[in-house]
Design a protein around this ligand. Structure first.
Ligand code: NAD
Length: 242
């Protein structure tokens, strides 16, 4: 299926980055087994909650900053370079598709990017190193250096509006796809998980590659319950052998 594809979309979740040492959310030992997610409204409502959210985020950020793209990211980058995959739609905020060599214009980060922060009022970018220093110095959540607004990681929290342009781009790529492959996602987080559904509604073959069952297995044309790296290695070997 991959060999024939010319405009496949690869849709990734936290599972593609576990081989890089970044825990996913729902697996045992994952982040959610330890911390309840902070909703966007709670983040806005209370300075103490913002400080707690930032402390957690800066902890995750250290793990992300150390991570390198894994074999699965590299296989996906290679499929993009060979013209089989048109776009990577990712729920991940770790930036590893970019560092694995997928051109920025072919990556759609529907849950934002965790490598920097933004002012929620004026949009000014703030570096995470500045945020960490500001919190260490003032023991309170950071305020925008320009307008005094609330500064938040450039990621999308539960209850926060999805980025309009990215959602439109992801929809267009999905409707144009000749194959849709979901890798390492439990496919439980909506609206993100709506993209494989949309692909199927558009009669595009759907492949799900995930270590365990997902919410959409019943919809897929092919389901592979396995770690992504060995499967993608086999796919690449098949493609290399022509
Ligand atoms: P999820 O945690 O709900 O699901 C991950 C799935 O990947 C699980 O079903 C797990 O069985 C599977 N998995 C784990 N390792 C795997 C491997 N090596 N090969 C194949 N499958 C594997 O993650 P989600 O669906 O992405 O949704 C959670 C939300 O949390 C998303 O919004 C995501 O952006 C965010 N998140 C991002 C990161 C990151 O940027 N790396 C990490 C954790 C959570």
């Amino acid at each position: 299926m991959v060999q024939r594809a010319r405009r496949a979309v690869v849709f990734t979740g936290a599972g593609i980055s576990t081989e890089c040492g970044i825990p996913d959310f729902r697996s045992p030992g994952g982040f959610w087994t330890r911390y309840k997610p902070i909703e966007f409204s709670a983040f806005l409502a209370s300075p103490d909650t913002r400080l707690e959210a930032w402390r957690r985020f800066l902890m995750i950020r250290e793990t992300i900053a150390r991570a390198e793209p894994g074999e699965s990211h590299k296989a996906v980058a290679s499929l993009v370079a060979r013209g089989h995959v048109s776009h990577v739609i990712t729920q991940n905020i770790d930036g590893l598709h970019l560092t694995s060599g997928v051109p920025a214009e072919q990556i759609i980060e529907i849950h934002g990017n965790g490598t920097y922060a933004k002012c929620l009022s004026c949009g000014l970018r703030h570096e995470l190193s500045w945020v960490a220093e500001d919190i260490a110095a003032k023991a309170r959540a950071p305020h925008c250096v320009s307008c005094g607004g609330i500064v938040k990681s450039a990621t999308i929290s539960f209850g926060q509006a999805m980025p309009e342009q990215d959602m439109a781009d992801a929809r267009a790529a999905t409707l144009n796809a000749d194959l849709f492959i979901a890798i390492g996602s439990s496919l439980q987080v909506f609206p993100a998980a709506g993209f494989p559904v949309l692909a199927k509604q558009n009669r595009t073959p759907l492949v799900i590659l995930n270590r365990e069952e997902t919410g959409l297995d019943g919809l897929a044309d092919l389901v592979i319950h396995a770690d992504s790296a060995p499967v993608l290695r086999a796919v690449m070997a098949q493609i290399d052998s022509g």
